[in-house]
Design a protein around this ligand. Structure first.
Ligand SMILES: [Zn+2]
Length: 225
């Protein structure tokens, strides 16, 4: 895909996410890895609903601004996830309400922030890690993401929002939406004793669709029937 098409794609998905209320004001940002090793990144203080393709920040492989507006201040979140997930081509970060709400609940497992509620959550977002709260701009958040060693394509920042990688922009957007909807389902069903997918059903998805779930890596070869 040409660079101008990629710029338009970022604007189109950004507007779609914004218009559905998935990230308010000038929150949220999108990045895309280019074939030359550089990146396209949404600019700082820009609403995802009103992006201008010509003003998207273009960075070279060293992260220096080549053209466009100044990039988002949250770029360390993106570079940390790209560094640890070699296959990632795009990253979406939102301040989406249900995913943020989820991060504040006391029972959340930082290595599996959501239970296996639906097959599409596991197929698109995988399992989700939760990293602790860091003040915006604190470089330690990037270390926390690197500390996950690339096992997770979807990460929740406590009291802040999701950061999700995909092997295309579309995949990253769809995974972020799936994560947000699953967080919403969790909140709807919390304390209602819902039936989640059973370990057998999860194993069936893992083997049928070749899913790489961190929890299943630990138990490879064992049957948890
Ligand atoms: Zn943010």
């Amino acid at each position: 895909m040409s660079k101008s098409r990629l710029r338009e794609e970022i604007c189109r998905y950004g507007r779609s996410l914004f218009e559905r209320g998935l990230t308010p004001g000038s929150s949220g940002n999108i990045s895309l890895r280019l074939d030359d090793g550089g990146w396209l990144v949404t600019p700082t203080n820009a609403s995802l609903g009103f992006l201008d393709p010509a003003r998207i920040s273009r960075l070279d492989a060293e992260g220096r601004l080549v053209s466009g507006d100044k990039p988002t201040k949250e770029i360390p979140l993106h570079t940390a996830l790209y560094e640890s997930r070699g296959s990632a081509r795009a990253i979406v970060h939102l301040h989406s309400t249900h995913a943020v709400a989820l991060t504040m609940l006391p029972e959340i497992d930082p290595r599996a922030a959501l239970p296996p509620m639906t097959p599409y959550y596991l197929m698109r977002a995988g399992e989700t890690a939760l990293v602790p709260y860091y003040r915006p701009g604190d470089p330690a958040v990037a270390d926390a993401i690197r500390g996950l060693a690339g096992k997770y394509s979807s990460v929740l920042l406590a009291n802040h929002g999701p950061v999700v990688a995909g092997d295309s922009l579309e995949a990253a957007v769809f995974a972020t939406e799936e994560l947000e909807e699953t967080a919403k389902l969790y909140l709807l069903l919390r304390n209602l004793n819902p039936r989640y997918l059973t370990p057998n059903q999860v194993t069936d998805l893992v083997t049928t669709f070749g899913l790489e779930l961190p929890s299943h890596h630990d138990h490879e070869g064992h049957d948890h029937g």
